[in-house]
Design a protein around this ligand. Structure first.
Ligand code: S3P
Length: 449
């Protein structure tokens, strides 16, 4: 979505129980990476189940501008013919990433490691987001930052070197986007590029690099959730391949919580990716007493997927440890909504990274809770929500600040509050879940302009 699209207010109203089944759209993280590795490989990549949200379409357009042939074959079915490492061309125009943090940051890694020059820009939300965290390691790898807006913001222009310098980089924050940018730049480095992360973050880049033929060694520093060292051998030959995109757990989160809080609901959510680095919300909801069954676990495109049967549940408050944040980083807004219906106190700890998402999500969630009469407090980087196990009042209008997940979370809230909830702009929902409205309506949810 571009910054000039007109705001689209939406209102959610409580109604009957939600019933039925749905398949959420393809995973956004995997969809971006499929486009990017398609660009960097030789030959044809065919993608099934691609998320056709605005964010990913921006990455597809950028891949095309950098030399790939990108073709839509049918719903979610795409063909990319790549240029191979070293075959990228200077884009004729600015790469406009719209609202997409992941697309822009990963593509900065690509451009930063290759002998091309490109300018990155985006909407009002992306223009506020910190890019220093990406530029710092890239500069060490030989990238020239030709120009940048003050404080390392887009619009910015990067020029990559003929060959990148292999480095060992300890990420200062647990971020899959930083890790991925460094690894993507390291593809054109003669030697081993190593990323050390203090807490494990989503590993889709590592998995997909292997699928396309790169050599990536991953050493875990301890059990699940502990840090990892990821070592990529540079200058591999990447070959186009088939990618099957599982359903996005971060999108599944919205109908899932809706089914838990709307009395009498029973919903089946199909084909949801169960990568343990993405399932922190499900772990937390189970601890809160949610009735979620994992059915038909199977392999799809190298990931375990399952159908989730979700029934309306009486929830109780829990403490969510900060170590769990990387596995549910995008799910705190919707968890805060679930917490509003739980009996007791839910404490979400260590949410500092929420302040630099599509919006300052900690502030946006707190304001939205306040507008709807939900008791809560922000203590430093922690969010504490108090519930009494009954439906909150609602009735508020929520400012979404160009943030799709704020919009969806508060629309879900309005499906079960005593009074309707309005969000000031639902346009950004198209960045990650274009079919959100008809999907929720098909389950019986009353959401309308
Ligand atoms: C993503 C990583 C996360 C997440 C984002 C997608 C990715 O960001 O919030 O929606 O695909 O790598 P950070 O790496 O900044 O935590």
């Amino acid at each position: 979505m571009s910054h000039d699209s007109a705001p689209q207010p939406l209102t959610a109203t409580a109604g009957l129980a939600l019933q039925g089944s749905l398949r959420p759209p393809g995973d956004k993280s995997i969809s971006h990476r499929a486009m990017i590795l398609g660009l960097l490989s030789i030959g044809e990549t065919r993608v099934e189940g691609l998320l056709e949200g605005d964010d990913v379409l921006r990455t597809a357009a950028a891949a095309e501008a950098l030399g790939a042939t990108v073709e839509r074959l049918g719903e979610g079915r795409w063909r990319i013919v790549g240029v191979g490492l070293g075959g990228l061309v200077d884009p004729a125009d600015i790469l406009d990433f719209g609202n997409a943090g992941t697309g822009s940051r990963l593509m900065m890694g690509v451009v930063g490691g290759q002998p091309v020059t490109a300018t990155f820009d985006g909407d009002a939300s992306l223009r506020k987001r910190p890019m220093r965290r990406i530029l710092d390691p890239l500069v060490r790898m030989g990238t020239e930052v030709v120009s940048e807006r003050e404080g390392g913001r887009v619009p910015l222009t990067l020029r990559g070197p003929r060959e990148a310098i292999p480095i060992t980089y300890e990420t200062p924050v647990a971020s899959a986007q930083i890790k991925s940018a460094v690894l993507l730049a390291g593809l054109n480095a003669p030697g081993i590029t190593t990323v050390i992360e203090a807490a494990a973050t989503r590993d889709h880049t590592e998995r997909m690099l292997r699928l396309f033929g790169a050599h990536v060694e991953v050493t875990a520093h301890g059990p699940e959730g502990h840090g990892r060292t990821i070592a990529l051998t540079g200058q591999p030959t990447l070959r186009g391949t088939d990618v099957v995109v599982p359903a996005d757990p971060s999108s599944a989160a919205f109908p899932l919580v809706a089914a838990l809080i709307v009395p009498g609901s029973e919903v089946v959510i199909e084909g949801v990716m169960m990568n343990p680095l993405r399932t922190g919300l499900i772990t937390t909801l189970l601890e809160m007493g949610a009735d979620i069954e994992r059915l038909r676990e199977r392999d799809e495109g190298g990931e375990t997927v399952a159908d989730l049967r979700v029934r309306a549940s009486r929830l109780h408050g829990v403490d969510v440890p900060p170590e769990r944040a990387p596995a549910m980083i995008d799910e705190y807004p919707i968890l805060a909504v679930a917490a509003a219906f739980a009996e007791g106190t839910t404490r979400m700890n260590g949410l500092h990274e929420l302040r630099v998402k599509e919006s300052d999500r900690l502030a946006a969630v707190a304001d939205g809770l306040k507008a709807n009469g939900i008791a809560h407090i922000v203590e430093g980087d922690d969010l504490v929500v108090h519930g009494d196990g009954t439906a909150p009042k609602g009735g508020g209008t929520v400012a979404t600040h160009l943030d799709h997940r704020i919009a969806m979370a508060f629309l879900v809230l309005g499906l079960a509050t005593r009074e309707p909830v309005t969000v000031d702009d639902g346009a950004m929902i198209a960045t990650s879940f274009p079919s959100f409205l008809p999907t929720m309506q098909a389950l019986g949810g009353r959401i309308a302009p």
